[in-house]
Design a protein. Sequence first.
Length: 468
Amino acid sequence: MAASAPNGTAGAARRTVIENAAIATVDADDTEYASGYVVVADQRIESVGAGRAPEGLENVVRRVDATGHLVTPGLVNTHHHFYQWITRGLATDHNLFDWLTALYPTWARIDEQMTYTAAQGSLAMMARGGVTTAADHHYVFPRGSGDISGSIIRAASEMGVRFTLARGSMDRGEKDGGLPPDFAVESLEDALAATEETVKKHHDSSFDAMTQVAVAPCSPFSVSTALMREGAELARRLGVRLHTHGSETVEEERFCHELFGMGPTDYFESTGWLGDDVWMAHCVHMNDSDIAAFARTGTGVAHCPSSNARLAAGIARVPDMLRAGVPVGLGVDGTASNESGELHTELRNALLINRLGAHREAALDARQALRLGTHGGARVLGRAGQIGSLEAGKLADLVLWKIDGIGHASIADPVTAVVFGAAAPVTLSLVNGRPVVENGRLLHADEDAIARSTRDEAQRLARIAAGS
């Protein structure tokens, strides 16, 4: 990939021109170009098309010869738990409830430094693999642990990735019939107050926002009905989105029937948690009525195929959701249940795992998988007007995938190469028009230093948990 030296006039829009690439725009018509160009002007995409870029462009500061590459929108991760980077490889043969019971006592010992370091590791792995926007659902706030939300936001800002913090909470501990230990939960009042403070301090509603905040009580089995209801009211008063876990396992469905006298979707609707400002993680165990309710209300889904398989949760009915009109994006989920922590592998796993379901080979194709990981994710996060496709006027979040190497060169179709093939190297990743990855390496972080610090913090947490 060749690049030119800067050349232009002060004050004009600074342009980056990418040429000679295969392009999958993921726009409403799934427009593709076998050989085309993208022109970026400052933070936004100025034009996309076939052939060579227009002549006479002013203030071109960089020209990229993208021969042998596929250009796509940046990947959008809609669900994660960054802090779990330092508890990977534990409880590897557990279902969800047993896994949570095994790990909550360790997670309840995290502090600000651990969380910051774990966020660096999670973000680094995703960014290297083509993620340009990430959402982190953080819900563990031990007393005296420091500014955990601020530490996660700081790590994302330093990495240069667009970010949504889903400020989670738990107020149903073991004494109230929940799974988390009592010392790992907040009171209702503290959870609501801290969430509101986080929104007011960090949420940016502007078109090109790099940081947004959602209200995100953890799950029906770790949160009181009062926190669900009042959390929804808080989010809508503040004008931010809502996020939680839903319908992940058969055990959760049984829990909801025993505790609330209804299934998860009916419970969510009764507490104000269905709507086009809501997205749920997993949604594995959904019947036709549940899917219809999500479609009717515009409630979104973060599909996490690798984590669902790791915890033996089941196969989400993604083809049925898409046919019904439910917004669906992809999620890594926490790396204690998806140790690789990479979203581009979820493109492939979403396609393959869904083909094991009722629709078999007709479940998903390569372009549907790519849409889930880009435009679908942007829609789920409420940002489809700004990111998720390559269109003039949208923010310049895009990725150049190298597909002329040994792993991909013999696959004729570029989208098939990226989705079905091995993980394609990222030659260039832009967020807001700013390079974040070049030739597979992070530009704003020291990967080797992050590897060392995450190992050290994982060991420190293990020692603290063992001594508790």
